[in-house]
Design a protein around this ligand. Structure first.
Ligand code: HEC
Length: 83
């Protein structure tokens, strides 16, 4: 997540330099019911969101960052540990 600069927009506990404030903090993400306020917070949905937000919510503001499926799986697994 550091490499993809997720932290330029999001604060992400445990990720170096992830202190962005232009998007919602991902602290406590595992406790959230929804992704982007609309999608059920499930592993497969979270991975799909990280790969291509606009395919999930057309009006999403988060850009697609060319994250591979393997990397999205790892990122999603980490985000689910943020309680
Ligand atoms: C250019 C800013 C930007 C970058 C870079 C960015 N995001 Fe986002 N992200 C957003 C915005 C804005 C939202 C809120 C939903 C929307 O409108 O798109 C969001 C929403 C999310 C959510 C849902 C949070 C919630 O509580 O609903 C997750 C998870 C997420 N981003 C993960 C990531 C990951 C992982 C990366 C890096 C691969 C990343 N983001 C990079 C802007 C960004």
């Amino acid at each position: 997540m550091s490499q993809y600069q997720c932290g330029s927009c999001h604060a992400i506990p445990g990720v170096a330099d992830a202190r962005g404030v232009s998007a919602v903090s991902l602290e406590g993400f595992a406790r959230r019911s929804y992704i982007g306020g609309r999608l059920p917070n499930r592993p497969s949905t979270l991975e799909a969101w990280i790969i291509d937000p606009h395919a999930q919510i057309a009006a999403a503001n988060m850009p697609a960052l060319a994250v591979s499926p393997e990397q999205a799986r790892d990122m999603a697994a980490y985000l689910r540990t943020l309680k």
